[in-house]
Design a protein around this ligand. Structure first.
Ligand code: DGY
Length: 325
């Protein structure tokens, strides 16, 4: 801890000024409003003497970092996904880890639908065509896409975000099927537009459009690979708003290129932000840079959730979104 009476925090990435003002009441802050990406060595250096850190899902929090930062007591991420944080290492070093669930579920579900509709109805492909000055005449078979209303929506991963995606299917008169580690209760299924639980294989075979909304862990690495893509309808759309690594991007690129899958909408990628450049050559994929939760209101709520966790820890209270002590 620093010599000041307030504990010290590293705010590892740029954040909203109003949250900085809140945190300044409780902490001495080291800011990074230039939004530099620190190397692991630089991060460890900046964490010397710090009580806590506010970070995003791009910071790797592992045993090497924690061993080098003995005074660190809390790592507070503004993300719901915490695959970047080694919880066992946090436990071992006595460092609290917190995340920011709930506040982004509805906004992320909205965006999942934006991606699905853009990919299935070829919105960005058609816009690129128009912007390139290629529009000469209207034709009956111009950019024919896939029907959305009245079709079958499949959801892999039926947590808060998956259920929010399912609820939105009611407006499109869709049948919803899902697969999840744990089956929902009948009440939860009813609230999720009557979603029915199916085995993964059936989900892949029956869905006209498949949404991926499961958290990443090594157990689900490439859970959608070549064998799974081969089970899907060639007319299907695949959307990933969850995490890179859930999908085998090389296998997906091959399926899209060879017409074994009609379209994809992707907000997350393996090795992002350095995604596989072959995606850029494909017309039948809508690509976005990990922005599913990106509205001002939601991002502010995420950063405030992370701040609440830090303030509680500094007061000796249990942080509301504690993952591990
Ligand atoms: C999350 O909250 O996990 C989003 O993907 C942003 O990282």
């Amino acid at each position: 801890m620093s010599n000041s009476s307030k504990p010290s925090l590293l705010i590892a990435r740029a954040i909203f000024p109003e949250v900085i003002a809140r945190l300044q009441n409780n902490f001495t802050l080291e800011l990074n409003q230039e939004d530099c990406i620190f190397s692991p060595t630089e991060l460890a250096q900046r964490l010397q003497g710090k009580f806590g850190m506010l970070c995003t899902s791009s910071a790797r929090i592992d045993a090497t970092l924690l061993a080098a930062c003995p005074e660190l007591r809390i790592v507070s991420s503004i993300a719901v996904g915490y695959d970047n944080i080694d919880l066992h290492a946090c436990q071992h070093f006595g460092v609290m880890a917190t995340n920011a669930p709930d506040v982004l579920s509805e906004t992320t579900a909205d965006y999942a639908w934006a991606l699905l509709m853009a990919a299935a109805r070829r919105v960005t492909e058609a816009e690129h065509f128009l912007r390139a000055g290629q529009w000469q005449k209207w034709s009956y078979d111009f950019f024919l896409g896939a029907e959305i209303h009245g079709t079958c929506l499949g959801i892999l991963g039926m947590g808060r975000i998956g259920q929010a995606i399912a609820r939105r299917a009611s407006g499109f008169g869709m049948r919803v099927i899902y697969h999840n580690r744990q089956r929902l209760t009948p009440e939860q299924e009813a609230a999720a537009h009557g979603a029915s639980y199916v085995e993964k294989e059936r989900l892949l075979q029956e869905a006209d459009h498949l949404m991926l909304a499961l958290p990443y862990s090594p157990e689900v690495h490439h859970i959608i690979g070549a064998p799974e893509l081969a089970l899907m309808k060639p007319s299907a759309t695949l959307c990933n708003i969850a995490r890179g690594g859930i999908v085998d991007d090389t296998a997906l690129i091959a399926a899209l290129r060879e017409g074994r899958l009609a379209a994809a909408g992707l907000d997350v990628f393996e090795n992002e932000p350095r995604l596989n450049p072959d995606f850029l050559q494909l017309k039948n994929v809508v690509l976005s840079p990990h922005i599913a939760s990106a509205t001002r209101q939601t991002r502010l709520a995420m950063v405030n959730t992370a701040a609440n966790n830090l303030i509680a820890a500094a007061r000796g209270e249990r942080p509301p979104q504690l993952l591990v002590v």
